[in-house]
Design a protein around this ligand. Structure first.
Ligand code: 13P
Length: 259
């Protein structure tokens, strides 16, 4: 992690925790973290939509310095889109970060790079920060298509986004074979791909954007694997699924510097 990019550690709760459980988890997490932890690292949590209002209330009432995040959104501000949630609604709840293009959305719900691009732009327009996810399947890695696939995801996802805005974004590199499998990428493999993503950003958007953009690694990050991953020069944070559902494990990941 380079000194001038503040790490961002994000907990993606996926479709877990009802709003009562969410309140408990946030409170436990706030007890497990110290002021120093939150000064050194930005932290965001991404509960399901039905929990956002409850979690926002707890974070604000107890002045817990954890950013509120969402897992997805639609690109339109309002309209006839049954079942969707708009970026304007998230902005009203003081959501800071919105994940878009998670591999589960791409694989299970058919999201395309074009959809992700519309979401990135809509999130920016509503003054929130996109965490744009990308990652390859095991098949793509083994057949040597991995790099082309990542370039397409990154460049098509960011098409038409201004250089200055790109520097403020977060990109999450999440190899699909590492998600929820316990098979973390080695720190070297993760570093190599995060450096490759940074280089891709540099070629298209310039050195300043590449230097500023934060790149997270995601895929079976646990307290034991977080320190070595976070020590890599191009890894600026982690997007954590399973381990973020335990306040203790998530706090230990955030405290990677102490381990
Ligand atoms: P796991 O940490 O459970 O592997 O999930 C990673 C992920 O998909 C975060 O978005």
């Amino acid at each position: 992690m380079m000194a001038d990019r503040k790490p961002l550690i994000s907990g993606n709760w996926k479709m877990n925790q009802n709003h009562f459980e969410a309140i408990q988890l946030v409170q436990k997490l706030s007890y497990a973290l110290t002021k120093d932890d939150i000064t050194a690292v930005d932290v965001s949590i991404h509960p399901p939509f039905t929990d956002l209002r409850s979690v926002q209330t707890v974070l604000e009432a107890d002045k817990i310095p954890i950013a509120l995040g969402a897992q997805n959104c639609h690109w339109e501000a309002s309209g006839a889109f049954t079942g969707e949630v708009s970026p304007a609604m998230l902005q009203k709840l003081n959501v800071s970060y919105v994940i878009c293009g998670h591999s589960e959305r791409r694989q299970l719900f058919g999201e395309t790079n074009e959809d992700v691009n519309k979401k990135v732009k809509a999130i920016l327009k509503h003054e929130m920060t996109p965490i744009m996810a990308c990652g390859e399947t095991l098949e793509q890695r083994e057949s040597g298509e991995m790099e082309d696939h990542i370039v397409d995801q990154v460049l098509e996802g960011l098409a038409g986004v201004k250089k200055d805005a790109v520097g403020g974004l977060v990109i999450a590199y999440e190899p699909i074979w590492a998600i929820g499998t316990g098979m973390t990428a080695t720190p070297d493999d993760a570093q190599q791909m995060c450096a490759f993503i940074r280089q891709t950003v540099e070629e298209k958007f310039g050195a300043a954007a590449a230097k500023a953009v934060r790149i997270q690694y995601g895929g079976s990050v646990k307290p034991g694997t977080a320190p070595e991953l976070m020590n890599q020069p191009d890894i600026d944070g982690a997007l954590i699924g399973g381990a973020s559902l335990s306040a203790e494990d998530f706090a230990h990941c955030i405290q990677y510097r102490l381990r």
